[in-house]
Design a protein. Sequence first.
Length: 94
Amino acid sequence: MLFHVEHQHSWDTCFGGDPEKRKLWEDVSDLAQNNEVTVREFIVNPSEHNFFLVLEAPDYASVERTVGQTKTLGDMRIVPVINWADLPKPNNPN
């Protein structure tokens, strides 16, 4: 299964200068391996304080074990997604 993860925090709550809080994100790669999760993309927009990940995981629980510790650092959305090519084709008689 694929999951899109989006994290956002504000300038006021930015943890860029806090090594302990940064480590929560730095640990994601190791936690992914431990939980059979593949990090397909991990990209950030530092000026907007947004993080975006695409994870491939066997289930939602594996994703939680991988990124759950970062939820204390800001708002997070975790959404199951599929590839565009895997969308069902509409039954269009025209």
